[in-house]
Ligand binder design. Structure first.
Ligand code: HEC
Ligand code: HEC
Length: 201
């Protein structure tokens, strides 16, 4: 009870503080208990279909939490979790997960070459840009531009997201950056890219 009151008091203090842009990782930790049920206490998701959050960029996490809360990105499991978050809660949670050690993934050998070729070189005939341009050669993304890190992310989750972009069901990417690429990718290419990206570090 005392702990909860203290946490609430801390939140009120944060909301009233003038430095709204900065997240407080310790305050984020206080409110992360519900999140760890799916995303893990160490930011490693409990199922391969759920995203790891450890080491993801705070800018990107904050953007996505705001999008779920405001209905710009929708998911049955995730949207309700973001519904009651304040802007400060979002910044604090983003700071908390960004402060964690990133997960290291291991790609399977099976379609690694296809994934690597497209990731690094794109598909010129289909006007698909390389992924490197925005997500970087080691999949680290770009925090200033809120381009997500893909390295160490679960391959099953990455493949699902590429299919959602392809179908236009995920549509909060700026200037249709991801939809424009994904709608020309086959299932086999998506699986290969997801596998390759998950093993990057
Ligand atoms: C019941 C399981 C569940 C819980 C609890 C949950 N999430 Fe999620 N979360 C998901 C799933 C599933 C997705 C992927 C949804 C989709 O496809 O859009 C997701 C996506 C996300 C993403 C987007 C990741 C990315 O790479 O784009 C963020 C950020 C996130 N969750 C943060 C949180 C936070 C913070 C909490 C606690 C307030 C939370 N989640 C609670 C299941 C959950
Ligand atoms: C022009 C820049 C750009 C290029 C090129 C690009 N991406 Fe992205 N990607 C983005 C942005 C921006 C987002 C986040 C969209 C949002 O804000 O919802 C994203 C998101 C993603 C996601 C979802 C990650 C998550 O955590 O949910 C995946 C998967 C992805 N990109 C894979 C790829 C692959 C594979 C390629 C190459 C075929 C690629 N991207 C090329 C900019 C780019």
């Amino acid at each position: 009870m005392i702990k909860r009151t203290l946490a609430a008091a801390m939140l009120c203090f944060c909301v009233a503080s003038p430095s709204m842009a900065a997240g407080d990782a310790a305050a984020g930790k206080e409110i992360s208990a519900t999140c760890s049920g799916c995303h893990g206490a160490d930011g490693k998701a409990i199922l391969p279909e759920y995203p790891n959050l450890a080491g993801q960029h705070a800018s990107y996490i904050a953007k996505q939490l705001t999008a779920y809360r405001d209905g710009e990105r929708e998911n049955q499991l995730m949207s309700p979790m973001a519904a009651a978050l304040t802007d400060q809660n979002i910044l604090d949670l983003a700071a908390y997960y960004a402060s964690m050690t990133p997960i290291k993934g291991v790609a399977s050998e099976e379609n690694l070459t296809l994934g690597q070729n497209i990731y690094r070189g794109g598909i010129t005939s289909a006007k698909i840009a390389s992924c490197t341009g925005c997500h970087g050669p080691s999949g680290k993304g770009n925090p200033a531009a809120a381009y997500p890190s893909l390295s160490g992310q679960n391959a099953a989750y990455l493949a699902d997201q590429l299919k959602l972009f392809r179908a236009g069901l995920r549509n909060n990417d700026p200037n249709e950056m991801m939809r424009a690429l994904a709608h020309r990718l086959s299932d086999a290419e998506i699986d290969a890219l997801a596998n390759y990206a998950s093993g990057l570090h």
